[in-house]
Design a binder for this molecule. Structure first.
Ligand code: 5RP
Length: 234
């Protein structure tokens, strides 16, 4: 573990920590290449920092409409996933990350595209403030993107595991993802075997993507702490 100090010993807000890790992620961007970009408030800090390197990179592959719009507004070219063979690095946030680099993601409803871009990348660099580091995944409500006609059956399958399930709403209506599907948020899980759990839930008909990122885990986590950015390698 390396540890960049906070020399001023300033009191850092959660927003400051997100800014710090967003800027620290620039060291993983390879000049002359296309970078994979995730979604969320922490990634927004990275995108803002990336603007300072925009003339040194070819562009980005984005994991959401929101990130695409932010990248383009800063003058960064966004490529379609299908037009790019492989990315050297994917940079994204997490809702939870454990000490093996396994994550829960999808708080911003972008989990499917995030997993696609992560799968296309040789290295996943997770950027997060220290509140996201956990011993065991499952306290944060697990997002699962589902086909609308399967909502009730998938809900019953999670309930049979002892979990509680809520359909995510926006303005009183089911939230629609960028892919036009629904999100279930699942609480009450204690995910001790992330690889097995991801495999199991992925088999259920109607599941588009489960928000456990075990097969697409992080290799590095830049963790924003009160004393600076810690680098965890998995
Ligand atoms: C979006 C995600 C985000 O990476 C995750 O929700 C963390 O977001 P934030 O950086 O805003 O805390 O998975 O689908």
């Amino acid at each position: 573990m390396t540890h960049a100090q906070n020399p001023a010993h300033a009191v850092l807000s959660q927003d400051d920590l997100k800014t710090l890790v967003g800027q620290a992620a620039l060291q993983y961007v390879v000049p002359g290449e296309i970078v994979g970009v995730g979604t969320g408030s922490t990634v927004n800090k990275f995108i803002d920092a990336l603007a300072s390197m925009k003339d040194q990179i070819k562009g980005a592959v984005s994991s959401s409409v929101a990130s695409t719009e932010r990248l383009q507004a800063l003058g960064i070219t966004v490529f379609d996933c299908n037009d790019v063979a492989e990315l050297s690095v994917y940079i994204d946030g997490a809702d939870e990350v454990d000490h093996q680099g396994y994550m829960i993601k999808g708080g911003g409803a972008a989990l499917t595209r995030e997993k696609i871009v992560a799968a296309q990348s040789r290295q996943f660099v997770c950027i997060a403030d220290e509140s996201k580091l956990v011993q065991t995944l499952g306290k944060y409500p697990l997002p699962v993107e589902v086909i609308p006609m399967a909502v009730k059956r998938i809900t019953r399958q999670f309930e049979a595991m002892g979990a509680n399930v809520v359909l995510r709403l926006a303005g009183g209506m089911p939230l629609l993802t960028d892919n036009g599907q629904y999100i279930l948020d699942v609480t009450g899980l204690h995910i001790t075997d992330p690889l097995g759990f991801e495999s199991q839930v992925n088999q259920w008909p109607g599941v588009v993507t489960v928000g456990v990122f075990a097969f697409q885990k992080a290799q590095v986590c830049l963790l924003g702490t009160a004393s600076g950015v810690k680098t965890l390698s998995f």
